[in-house]
Ligand binder design. Structure first.
Ligand SMILES: Cc1ncc(C[n+]2csc(CCOP(=O)(O)OP(=O)(O)O)c2C)c(N)n1
Ligand SMILES: [Mg+2]
Length: 555
């Protein structure tokens, strides 16, 4: 039960403050000290309050050139830090501009708080066509957020912020949205500020189900684990490794799960090697992944395999595959509970180190034979420190990387997940670098995807964000063009691109521009870029590349 006296002690009373101040104070109370924001008339009250917070040294404001970037940067910041990533955008077109980024954060379970404006409160729903008015804004954005809400009184803002943030952290983490009309941001009132929301206790799952899972896994001859982004997001990587070692269970990591276990560990397996392991696997533990690819492709587990699925979202359990045991649990708490219980049932197994190393070597050889993607990706890996961060766009070298790029640490490899959002990579990488200024951040883009946000070279220069942007330039929406060539007899349409000189383009924005023409020169250019530690773009002119999934018969 809440101790009212104790709670009241923690409340701060603000006298005669604007809604804008109530909003900014509420964000600060959540521990938010960085915001990605693009102004407009309905948000003037919020920006004026941000002015004070910035001058007091409590808040940093990064302003991009398009709302998609405000939300992408918030997502990148959130993924690398594990903290709330916050954006502030005007209503209507501003929020719609941000929505592709929110859909990406939604797909990847990223903790993004999107704050937006509204039209004047008494005209909402009247349909007069006020500036930026769209009907049903709250309902519209709900498809890509797990909560959306509005406050129309300054005094209601702290509770709305708390409700949104507490929704965001509870259960499956996903983006949330709140909106505040301009008259509310300008109105003045006494406001009771609430303490920030603390992260809810992690659910370890039903003890009976954990016990059953421990029995099944402990007595399995050849257990196998599939780990996804949920393991990384829940910071459950230590627990995952401990359980995997206890069981001598190889771990297949999905692209967003990459880095959960270091690629250097013999238990770390990939999409190619895992296919050899599935036929002998008697018990499969699926944790923090939708298990979509494995359950829908012909090489996935079939027949009388025992599948145990652990997920924080009960809706996800059994959605894509038949499971014997479903455990609704946070990956960290759930795996930790499993570790505690499994020891009592664990049969002795010989180390699988030798076998698994051989298997991975053979699989890696097949993956590495795919050129030129493998050559370029290994050039990046060779220069990128172990804790350096790879942000992958929808482009050939990044597709290959989803299968073959060695990742050594969690939160160092990011993808747009199932949303496959072309154009997300470069703007997201800017937010990643803001969140991890001491790490090397490299985004891997095609010419097509980079074009979606190349105006942000201005933002990067303005805020001096020292990330490195690679642009693989094949003068095409290459993936589309390849499909048109291979599957449609060369009937290419709308897939050729005419591009600027990227080195000159970067320089025109005040960004250091470089060019590399093969993996060897790319390594040299990357090494120099890291030494100079300034905003950098490297263009790599390339030819059409082969389809890695076809070559490896993955899809
Ligand atoms: C928002 C969005 N629009 C369109 C697509 C479809 N699409 C996927 S890949 C691609 C071409 C990418 O071209 P580029 O960035 O140059 O990469 P390349 O394949 O040439 O390496 C397109 C248009 C998408 N995934 N997302
Ligand atoms: Mg291209």
């Amino acid at each position: 039960m809440v101790n009212v006296q104790e709670r009241t002690d923690k409340l701060t009373s603000l006298t005669a403050v604007t809604g804008g101040t109530a909003l900014v104070s509420s964000l600060l109370a959540q521990g938010i000290d960085t915001i990605f924001a693009l102004p407009g008339v309905q948000l003037d009250g919020a920006f004026d309050a941000l002015y004070d917070a910035v001058n007091a040294g409590h808040m940093r404001v990064f302003h991009p050139r398009h709302e998609q970037t405000a939300a992408y940067m918030a997502d990148g910041y959130a993924r690398v830090t594990g903290r709330l990533g916050t954006c502030l955008v005007v209503p209507g077109p501003g929020l719609l501009n941000a929505s592709a980024a929110l859909s990406t954060a939604y797909a990847c379970n990223s903790p993004v708080l999107c704050v937006t404006g509204q039209i004047q409160s008494d005209l909402i729903g009247v349909g007069r066509g006020q500036l930026h008015e769209i009907p049903n804004q709250l309902e519209m954005i709900r498809s890509v957020t797990k909560f959306s809400g509005r406050a129309v009184e300054p005094s209601a803002i702290p509770a709305l912020v708390n409700e949104a943030v507490s929704n965001l952290w509870s259960g499956r983490v996903r983006p949330v949205e709140i909106e505040i009309p301009p008259d509310t941001l300008f109105a003045s009132d006494d406001v009771l500020l609430l303490p920030g929301v603390s992260r809810p206790e992690r659910s370890a799952g039903d003890p009976d189900l954990i016990e059953q899972a421990a029995t099944l896994l402990g007595s399995a001859r050849n257990p196998l684990i599939f780990a996804g982004g949920g393991v990384v997001n829940a910071d459950a990587t230590t627990e995952l490794l401990e359980l995997a070692e206890l069981l001598q269970a190889p771990v297949m990591m999905t692209p967003n799960g990459k880095g959960a276990i270091s690629h250097r560990h013999y238990l770390a397996q990939n999409t190619v090697s895992v296919r050899e392991l599935i036929p002998d696997a008697d018990v499969i533990l699926v944790v923090g992944t939708r298990f979509l690819e494995a359950s829908t492709q012909p090489w996935g587990p079939r027949g009388n395999r025992t599948v145990i699925q652990m997920d924080i979202d009960p809706e996800e359990i059994g959605r894509n595959t038949l499971v014997l045991l479903g455990i609704e649990a946070d990956a960290r708490a759930g795996l930790s509970a499993l570790i505690d219980r499994v020891a009592g049932y664990n049969i002795s197994r010989a180390s699988r180190e030798h076998q698994l190393k051989e298997l991975r070597t053979a699989a890696d050889a097949r993956i590495d034979a795919i050129q030129p993607q493998s050559g370029y990706a290994h050039a990046i890996r060779a220069e990128l420190p172990d804790d350096g961060i790879f942000v992958g766009e929808m482009t050939q070298v990044a597709y290959w990387s989803g299968i073959g790029f060695p990742v050594y640490q969690p939160r160092t490899y990011f993808t747009p997940g199932y949303q496959g959002t072309l154009g997300w990579g470069y703007p997201t990488s800017l937010g990643v670098k803001v969140g991890a200024p001491d790490k090397v951040v490299v985004s891997v883009n095609g010419d097509g995807g980079f074009g979606f946000a190349l105006n942000e070279l201005a933002t990067q220069a303005h805020h001096n964000i020292a990330s490195i942007t690679l642009v693989f330039n094949d003068s095409a929406f290459g993936n589309v063009k390849r499909i048109q060539n291979v599957q449609f007899n060369g009937r290419t349409i709308a897939s050729d691109l005419r591009n600027p000189d990227y080195v000159k383009l970067a320089e025109a924005f005040g960004i250091s521009g470089r060019r590399a023409t093969n993996p060897v020169t790319l390594r040299a250019q990357l090494a120099e870029s890291m030494r100079s530690n300034e905003p950098t773009l490297i263009e790599i002119p390339v030819e059409a590349m082969p389809d890695p999934w076809k070559v490896l018969s993955i899809r």
